[in-house]
Write a protein that binds this ligand. Structure first.
Ligand code: ADP
Length: 540
């Protein structure tokens, strides 16, 4: 007779997280910066109560299991309540990126088939631009400004009053849909990724591990990454799971507002794309004594490659950058760039070389690199290949099965579209996005490596390297840079600065100085727009 497991089949669902708020963390604060910049303060007991009321009200108003509830909201208590309240009643929280065009927002809401929209009052002008293109049963408005909500919409506070305090959780399977998020479409049309309760819970547990982001009860967490982008990298759920205080920035994402929030709430962990940290670096360097942040604050930086100069600068401010790599399709966390204990003897420069890599995969995330034919490549730290992932919080398809042909291998791995190397220690190093690589004379040049190095130049604020067609070499790298105020820079300056760091063949043939690098809706460099802008470039 074979031995069978005697363990319970206990579902991993979000209601467990909601109940823990009341049982263990009732007095832990949730602070939100409102549009008028004042701070709204509440605590998890109240969030618990309002979350259940929201779940109850949605149920009473006819939202059914598996139906989408869209949100158009900044990061604040109301969004957190929707994060929890929608999935626990069986609904699917669809966080919509408010920086998309009204046309794209309508497309996404229709594509997901959302029935209800919860929206910040300050975003109503955006809704008005697409309301004729969507068919929603109800629009619920969160009165962040305190002004009375127009009677054609439902006031969120009134909506909560419809709900009961003793909402009883429906039976939910851990594999039921909990949330959905569309890819930001940096490289194509947005596609819907649908997270399950199970994937969300497991992602939160993995993110809390000491050797990943180590989120704990003693943290004060500020996701600068929007809650409409890849679930704020999971930090809302992870903070709830462990009972960490949250300090949410609302619509104020400029460096000064963020630094003020970090100081007033003594934030210990924050997260966002590199452009946010570049702005903070400039602000801190301009006024080194203005702010006092919590000792050894950690900042999770990802979404785009992080230049070494940023790690070094923040170490001086006692703010430690932890790099993370992932995508909407992967929960989103796939790797975290920690230095392994067995490498702790490395000298300082080698440690930075390790930290600028995207890092080690989280437990249960499998990775492989493959060539164009799908043949697996070695982990020797030199061979680049297309990275493919598998894991419990990696999507196996897109909503309505769109885009499947390009995105998944025949044996079921997710094709990330990122070109990576993996070394023998297991460190993943992203060399480029497949679409951003510069193919010059049969060789692949990593735009990411060049950008990182150029951003180390003391007079450079931002740099993006793009491939531009070349009559002899096929493509050559063009560097587009933004320089610091009152500074000037030439192609020769940059080439000299890079000399010795790369082979001659890699050095950009031209450097263009511009006022600002165009950014995507999630704050990444929009290289597609730059390629378009420079497509008729003539090499001298
Ligand atoms: P989009 O694909 O529209 O940009 P995502 O936010 O899902 O939307 O972005 C995922 C992509 O972001 C990854 O495939 C990768 O190219 C890039 N990325 C994420 N984290 C990092 C990182 N730490 N370093 C470099 N690139 C990163």
């Amino acid at each position: 007779m074979s031995i069978k497991s005697t363990m319970m089949d206990y579902p991993l669902t979000l209601s467990t997280l909601v109940e823990r708020l009341k049982t263990y963390y009732p007095r832990v604060e949730v602070v939100s910066r409102l549009p008028d910049k004042t701070l709204h303060r509440t605590h998890y007991l109240d969030i618990h109560k309002r979350t259940k009321r929201l779940a109850s009200a949605l149920t009473k108003r006819g939202v059914k299991k598996g139906e989408g509830v869209a949100t158009l909201m900044w990061n604040h208590y109301g969004h957190l309540e929707a994060y929890l309240g929608v999935p626990i009643m069986g609904g699917v929280l669809h966080t919509v990126n408010l920086r998309l065009s009204p046309k794209d927002i309508a497309y996404i809401i229709n594509h997901a088939g959302d029935k209800v929209l919860i929206i910040d009052d300050i975003l109503l002008p955006l809704y008005e631009q697409f309301k004729d293109d969507v068919a929603l049963d109800e629009v619920i408005v969160v009165p962040l400004t305190g002004e009375k909500v127009n009677s054609e919409y439902t006031d969120y506070e009134d909506y909560l009053k419809l709900g009961d305090d003793d909402f009883s959780y429906p039976i939910i399977d851990e594999n039921d849909a909990a949330g959905m998020c569309y890819t930001s479409g940096t490289t194509g049309r947005p596609k819907g990724v649908v997270y399950s309760h199970r994937s969300t819970v497991l992602h939160a547990m993995a993110e809390a591990m000491v050797d990943t982001l180590g989120v704990s009860q003693s943290d004060v967490v500020t996701p600068v990454v929007p809650m409409f982008h890849a679930n704020a990298w999971g930090l809302s759920y992870t903070s709830v799971l462990v009972g960490a205080k949250q300090a949410l920035p609302g619509p104020h994402l400029d460096a000064e507002s963020l630094m003020d929030l970090y100081q007033s709430e003594q934030v210990t962990l924050s997260a966002g794309v590199p452009t946010i940290w570049m702005a903070i670096k400039t602000a801190r360097e301009a006024e080194p004594n203005r702010w006092k942040t919590a000792p050894n604050m950690r900042m999770v930086v990802g979404g785009a490659a992080v230049p070494e100069s940023l790690f070094r600068a923040f170490d001086k401010f006692d703010m430690t950058i932890i790099q993370a790599w992932g995508m909407t399709e992967t929960g989103p966390l796939a790797t975290v760039g920690i230095v392994k204990e067995s490498l702790s003897d490395l000298d300082e420069d080698a440690k930075y070389a390790c930290r600028i890599k995207q890092g080690l995969t989280l437990p249960f995330i499998d990775i492989r690199i493959v060539d164009e034919e799908g043949v697996e490549l070695p982990w020797d730290g030199k061979t680049s290949g297309n990275a493919e992932l598998k894991g419990p919080w990696v999507t196996a398809a897109y909503h309505k099965n769109e885009g499947a042909e390009d995105s998944f291998s025949e044996d079921g791995w997710l094709k990330t579209g990122d070109v990576c190397q993996i070394d023998q220690e297991g460190y993943v190093k992203l060399t480029d996005r497949t679409k951003d690589l510069v193919k010059s004379g049969g060789e692949w040049i990593s735009s990411v490596d060049l950008e990182n190095a150029i951003m180390g130049h003391p007079d450079v604020l931002e740099a993006a390297v793009i491939a531009v067609a070349h009559p002899k070499w096929d493509e050559r790298p063009l560097a587009v840079v933004v320089v610091k105020e009152d500074k000037q820079i030439t192609t020769d300056d940059i080439r000299q600065f890079l000399d010795g760091k790369f082979t001659k063949m890699w050095l950009p043939d031209a450097v263009e100085v511009i006022a600002e690098i165009p950014k995507t809706s999630t704050g990444k460099f929009m290289k597609m727009a730059l390629r378009e802008q420079y497509k008729n470039w003539v090499w001298e």
